[in-house]
Design a binder for this molecule. Sequence first.
Ligand code: MEV
Length: 293
Amino acid sequence: MRNKFAPSALKVSAPGKIHLLGEHAVVYGKPALLATIDLRVTVSISPAKKFSGNSVFKRIIEPIIKKKFNLQKIPSYKLEVNSQIPLGCGLGSSAAISAAYIGALLSFLKIKWDLNLINKLTFEAEKVFHGNPSGADNRTVIFGGITIPSKLANNFVLINTGKPAETTKEMVELVAVHKDKYKKIFDDQERLVKELLPVLKNGNKQEFIRIIREGEKNLESIGVVSIFVKSIIRQIEKAGGAAKICGAGGKTKATGILLAYHPEKKVIEKIAGSLNLPFFNVALGVEGLRQNH
Ligand code: MEV
């Protein structure tokens, strides 16, 4: 039986995200469309005599909290991180872990939650992880959103091409080298994001396919899609669907998650299966950061 006087763990969870469109261009102030997914990271903190848990996360998060609240020391605790989100594959795992850890640590320190503040602090953590983040990932996993018509949402499949050899930071830096040359592409990505907005309301499948295909071409033009993944995407397009990388991408081989769409989603599942790539469905637009009881 649980000792009713023993302090219980504080649990905070945050969802992952997908980029419907606009990754990379968003780093240069262009709009992006992201949606939360129903895979979550849960961070638990419970008082302990000595710290235990992932010290890499601790070394990133604690200094941010200490600086903000002018603390010399944080009492020791046990840190547990459980993730349903595949790590480092473009589904916002770093933002979700940071947000949930910061939320749990604030509760542990009895500091009142303020989502805007947690968002700012998570953005600081994202800078440590990614160098020059846009802030879109942290904002999405904290505040939640967006929902899209079920006739589109029901035909999404996420294909996992594997963890990229390059980090998000490296991919963002790679694009930064040629950012002036890519200006027209970022502008075009902005046009597509704007064209996607009404489609997310009216659910027009053919328009959705066209926009995702054009958006993916732009991502390929800035060098964030490997040859291996381009060939998978061409197969999906040939079969009448559309697919794009989701997040920072990769140049060597794997690019993380592919967001794939086909009016008959079995067609995509068959392609992924024939390539021995894991695939799964997610619900979109779930709640952002929350305390779990
Ligand atoms: C990473 O999930 C998305 C990028 O646009 C970087 C960022 O927005 O910070 C590649």
